[in-house]
Design a protein around this ligand. Structure first.
Ligand code: MG
Length: 384
């Protein structure tokens, strides 16, 4: 089958380019190249030992940020192909979307944001951009991975006004301009944002039940899950619990994927954008139907109440936040406790740059590295 990109997709030959110009590759498009650079980065490898809900050592079967990113990329590519969007760009953005996450998921980010309050805060989307623009040290001539504008635009999916102003000052009309002047990113970027939510809702259901913190019986209160489960049981009344969970999660994913494809196709048919420039001027086109949005909100509400605020999760995350805060305090007062290269970035800099170097170091840590460092520096073991 010959696969042709839609006119409104990102076409590599129309790229707005890289911050440091490079010669074209003989065999790969710019977006394939972006994806390859991401896969070979250190930050990408570290995703294997970072978690979102469950701390890495709690069980080998739970998702890590690496497996989450692969699932997001799989969902993204499959929808991209069906909408004739650029799969390589979608894959690149999806694989990079969590590179800026701290250890210990959102709890870690909250703690680090608190530590950085005086110095502009800490925000994981912005940090993902910082990783690919500045923190990776792989190329002789520049810092960062030197990704295409379109990949960077997709990675910066949210941004506060204050941060956007700072990026805009360095890069006028660049990736932050839309947060100041309105407008949407490419359809590929819009898609990655949405498949992230599809992936984590489904896998938190799966891992949540597997962990025993929530049960399939409780999930019957959630209409979208109840509907998928009822379909499975109607077809396979004798199914054991494990297969019932897998098949329910599979249908949960499919129902959301088909909903996005149908809703987005209808929006594209109505708007008929001529190209990606037209897409940027239109309202958001990649979306769930109103019905599915309501169903997903119910599911998220359930997960918040029953899983993310489960006493066991809350207790683990409180300890994780203490690890982050104490590490921050120690490195702030004694930068020499960090590895030499990182200490050198903090040394002699003003207080804001010093704090940022500390935050970059902590954000780059895996869960287990953070725990080991904390034990080395304090002699205490907060999470066994
Ligand atoms: Mg994610």
């Amino acid at each position: 089958m010959i696969f042709e990109l839609a006119p409104y997709a990102c076409h590599p030959e129309g790229t707005r380019g890289r911050r440091h110009p490079v010669a074209p590759d003989a065999t790969r498009s710019d977006y394939q190249r972006d994806r390859d650079r991401i896969v070979h980065s250190s930050a990408f490898r570290r995703l294997e030992y970072k978690t979102q809900v469950f701390v890495n050592h709690e069980g080998d079967l739970f998702r890590t940020r690496l497996t989450h990113s692969l699932e997001v990329a799989q969902l993204g590519r499959s929808i991209a192909r069906s909408l004739r969007l650029n799969e390589d760009l979608v894959e690149a953005i999806c694989l990079a979307h969590d590179l800026g996450h701290t250890p210990f998921g959102h709890a870690g980010q909250e703690a680090l944001n608190g530590c950085m309050r005086e110095w502009g805060g800490f925000e994981h989307n912005l940090q993902s951009l910082r990783v690919v623009d500045a923190l990776e040290e792989r190329y002789p001539a520049y810092d960062g991975l030197n990704l295409s504008f379109e990949a960077r635009e997709g990675i910066l999916k949210h941004c506060s006004r204050r941060n956007a102003e700072q990026i805009e000052a360095r890069e006028p009309g660049g990736v932050a301009a839309r947060f100041l002047h309105g407008g949407q990113p490419s359809l590929e970027a819009q898609l990655c944002n949405l498949v992230d939510a599809i992936a984590y809702c489904a896998h938190d259901v799966d891992d949540g039940v597997r962990s025993g913190l929530i049960t399939l019986a409780q999930l019957r209160e959630v209409p979208l899950v109840a509907q998928c489960m009822a379909q499975v049981l109607a077809q396979y009344p004798q199914l054991d619990e494990r297969r019932l969970r897998h098949e329910t999660v599979r249908r949960l994913l499919s129902s959301q994927v088909y909903d996005v494809i149908a809703t987005t196709r209808a929006a594209l048919d109505a708007a008929q954008p001529a190209d990606v420039q037209a897409v940027r001027q239109l309202p958001r086109l990649v979306a769930f139907s109103g019905e599915m949005q309501a169903r997903m909100a119910e599911l998220r509400e359930f997960l918040f109440g029953q899983l993310y605020r489960h006493p066991q999760v809350v207790q683990t995350m409180a300890a994780a936040q203490q690890v982050v805060r104490e590490l921050f305090g120690i490195y702030q007062s004694d930068a020499a406790q960090m590895p030499a290269a990182q200490a050198a970035k903090a040394a002699g800099a003003g207080p804001a740059r010093h704090a940022r170097a500390v935050a970059d170091f902590i954000a780059g840590m895996t869960d287990r590295y953070a725990l080991r460092e904390h034990e080395r520096l304090t002699g205490r073991k907060l999470l066994a």
